[in-house]
Design a binder for this molecule. Structure first.
Ligand SMILES: C[S@@+](CC[C@H](N)C(=O)[O-])C[C@H]1O[C@@H](n2cnc3c(N)ncnc32)[C@H](O)[C@@H]1O
Length: 516
C-alpha cells in the first residue's frame, strides 16, 4: 500500500526517531494486524476456542488473555457468533488501555470518550455485571453505535450519556474508581489502518487536539475518587498530545502521579526528553523522570498500530467495593418511577412537555399503571431474571430501564440509555425489547430455541424472516403455556426474541440488527 504521508509529519517523525525512522517508515508497507476480543460476559476464551471453526486462523494477542489476531481471510463479523455478541472486533493495540485500567467487578467506571464502544465493552466484560459503567461520547451521532455495541455485548449495568464532561463532573463529583480517557487526537497512529486519517490530519491539528485533551483531563480529574486510577490514551505519535500532555497534567494536579507500565512485547517507554523545557520547568526531577513510566506502541516494534498510554493514580485510600458473590436473589424496585424521569427524556428529545402533565402510555397515564404487576405477569410467562442485589426500574416515556440502585439521579443529563433497556409498557402489557434478549442467560428464558451456527433456520431468523419449528425443538425452562416469547440462540447464546405460536416463530429482531 502506498501512503502519501504529509511532509510535516514525515519531518517530525525523522526528528523524533532518528536512525529508527527507516524501520518506522517501512512498517507502512507491511500488513496491518486484525484482532478480536472474546466477550467474557458471555463466554470465556478457552470454551469459545473449543467451539469455533476459526481456531486455525487465530493467534494469541500477548497483552490481552482473551483476544486473538486473525488473518484477514476470516470474516468474523459475518459469523452468527458475532450477532450473539461473543466477540468484538478491535485493533490489537486498542486493547491495551483497558488492560491497564485494572477494572474489578463492583467498580464504578467512567469511559468518557467512548464511541463506538470498543473499550467500553472491554470494561463491561471485566466488571462481570457488577458495579456501574458510565459510557459517554460528546458526538450525538456516535452514541447510536455506542449504545448498539453495549447492547450487543449483553451489558446490564451501563448508562450511555451524550454529554460534555463538565456536566458529568457536576452531577457525579468524585464518584468513579476508574476513568478511561481515550482522547480525541490527531490520529497519526492510525494512518496504516485508516488511510483517510491522513487527510483528516491537517484539519485536526496537533495544537487543536492538545487543547481539547487538556480541557478534558482537567474536567475528569475532579471525578476520580481518592486512590482511583485513570488511563489516558491516544492513537497518535506527537509528544504534544502524549508525554507533554501528561507532564503538564501532573504539574497542574500534584495529587496525581504516573503509575509505571512495564514496557513488554516490544512496547517502548515514554520519553521524558520529549517534554518541552517550559513544561519540564514546572516539574520536579522525579516527576519529569516519571514520564518514562508511560508507554508507546510503535508499529515497527510491536504487532499493532501506534498508541500511547499513561496510567495515573490519585492520592488517597481507595474505597472498598462489594466483592462478587454467587447470584442469589435479584429484586427490582418499581416504586421510583417518577415524572422527573419523563421530563429528562423529553429534554433529550428536544420536545419540552408542559410541566406536571404526565406522559401517556397508549392512552393510560403512567401513574395509573401498575407497572410492577404488569412486569410480574410478563416474568411469570416469559423470563425469570437472576442476579444479585437490587435494581431500580425507571421509565423514560413508555420505555422501561433497569438501573443499579447506587446510580445517582441522571436528571438534567442527556441520556441515551438510562440503564438496561428491557422493554416498554403498552397499557396493561409489557413488550420486551431486543437488549433484554441479548443480556439474558438462556436459563432465564421460559422458552428457548437453540440452533447451530450453520443451521439454515438460524440464518433465516438473523435475516428477519419468520421461521417454522416443531414444538419438540423448543426447550422449556418453566411450566408455561407453549405459545409466547422464545429466546432464539446460536449454540445456546441469545441472538434475539421470537414469538412462538403453534409451530410458527414470528421474528422480533429489530431491522437494524439483522444480518446483511
Ligand atoms: C478515539 S475516539 C474513542 C474510541 C473509543 N474509545 C473506542 O474504543 O471505541 C475519541 C472519541 O472522543 C469523542 N470526544 C471528543 N471530544 C470529547 C469530549 N470533550 N468529551 C467526550 N467525548 C469527546 C469523539 O466523539 C470520539 O468518539
Amino acid at each position: 500500500m502506498k501512503l502519501n504521508l504529509p511532509k510535516l509529519f514525515v519531518d517530525k517523525m525523522k526528528l523524533l526517531l532518528g536512525e529508527e525512522y527507516e524501520r518506522f517508515l517501512a512498517s507502512y508497507n507491511e500488513e496491518r494486524f486484525y484482532g478480536l476480543r472474546i466477550n467474557e460476559l458471555k463466554i470465556n476464551a478457552a470454551t469459545w476456542l473449543e467451539q469455533t471453526d476459526m481456531k486455525p486462523y487465530l493467534q494469541q494477542i500477548p497483552w490481552c488473555a482473551n483476544a486473538f489476531y486473525y488473518t484477514d481471510d476470516v470474516r468474523p463479523a459475518k459469523h452468527p457468533h458475532y450477532h450473539a455478541g461473543l466477540y468484538y472486533i478491535q485493533e490489537p493495540s486498542a486493547m491495551v488501555p483497558v488492560e491497564l485500567l485494572d477494572v474489578k467487578p463492583g467498580h464504578r467506571v467512567l469511559d468518557l470518550c467512548a464511541a463506538p464502544g470498543g473499550k467500553s465493552t472491554q470494561i463491561a466484560s471485566k466488571l462481570q455485571g457488577e458495579g456501574i459503567l458510565i459510557t459517554n461520547d460528546i458526538a450525538t451521532e456516535r452514541t447510536k453505535p455506542l449504545a448498539k455495541n453495549i447492547e450487543l455485548a449483553g451489558v446490564r449495568n451501563a448508562v450511555v450519556l451524550n454529554e460534555h464532561p463538565a456536566n458529568i463532573a457536576q452531577k457525579f463529583g468524585e464518584w468513579f474508581d476508574r476513568i478511561l480517557i481515550d482522547a480525541p487526537c490527531s490520529g497519526e497512529g492510525m494512518f496504516r489502518k485508516s488511510p483517510s486519517m491522513v487527510e483528516e490530519w491537517e484539519s485536526y491539528s496537533v495544537e487543536r487536539c492538545s487543547t481539547m485533551q487538556r480541557e478534558i483531563l482537567d474536567e475528569v480529574a475532579q471525578m476520580l475518587a481518592p486512590g482511583g486510577r485513570m488511563v489516558y490514551s491516544t492513537c497518535t505519535f506527537s509528544p504534544e498530545e502524549n508525554e507533554e500532555q501528561i507532564a503538564r497534567f501532573i504539574a497542574r494536579h500534584p495529587d496525581f502521579s504516573v503509575v509505571p507500565i512495564e514496557p513488554r512485547w516490544g512496547w517502548a517507554s515514554g520519553n521524558p526528553q520529549w517534554v518541552s523545557s517550559e513544561a519540564g520547568a514546572e516539574l520536579s526531577k522525579e516527576q519529569l523522570l516519571s514520564i518514562a513510566r508511560t508507554v508507546r506502541l510503535w508499529p515497527h516494534r510491536t504487532k499493532g498500530e501506534g498508541h500511547f498510554v499513561a496510567v495515573l493514580m490519585r492520592q488517597g485510600q481507595p474505597s472498598d467495593r462489594p466483592q462478587s458473590v454467587e447470584p442469589t436473589q435479584l429484586s427490582i424496585d418499581w416504586s421510583g418511577i417518577t415524572m422527573q424521569d419523563h421530563k429528562t427524556y423529553d429534554k433529550v428529545k428536544g420536545k419540552a412537555k408542559p410541566k406536571g402533565k404526565p406522559v401517556k402510555v397508549k392512552g393510560a397515564k403512567v401513574e395509573e399503571l401498575d407497572c410492577e404487576s404488569i412486569w410480574q405477569q410478563f416474568q411469570l410467562e416469559n423470563v425469570q431474571l437472576t442476579g444479585n442485589g437490587q435494581l431500580r426500574a425507571v421509565m423514560f416515556g413508555s420505555r422501561v430501564y433497569l438501573q443499579p440502585e447506587e446510580l445517582p439521579s441522571l436528571e438534567g443529563l442527556k441520556v441515551i440509555r438510562a440503564g438496561w433497556l428491557i422493554g416498554e409498557m403498552k397499557r396493561n402489557k409489557f413488550a420486551p425489547f431486543h437488549p433484554l434478549a441479548m443480556a439474558l442467560r438462556p436459563r432465564e428464558a421460559a422458552r428457548v430455541l437453540s440452533l447451530s451456527a450453520d443451521d439454515e433456520q438460524l440464518l433465516r431468523y438473523l435475516r428477519g424472516e419468520t421461521i417454522f419449528v416443531e414444538e419438540q425443538q423448543l426447550q422449556f425452562n418453566a411450566s408455561v403455556k407453549k405459545n409466547g416469547y422464545v429466546l432464539i440462540c446460536v449454540d445456546q447464546f441469545p441472538v434475539g426474541f421470537g414469538k412462538y405460536l403453534d409451530g410458527m416463530i414470528k421474528n422480533e429482531l429489530p431491522a437494524g440488527w439483522r444480518m446483511m
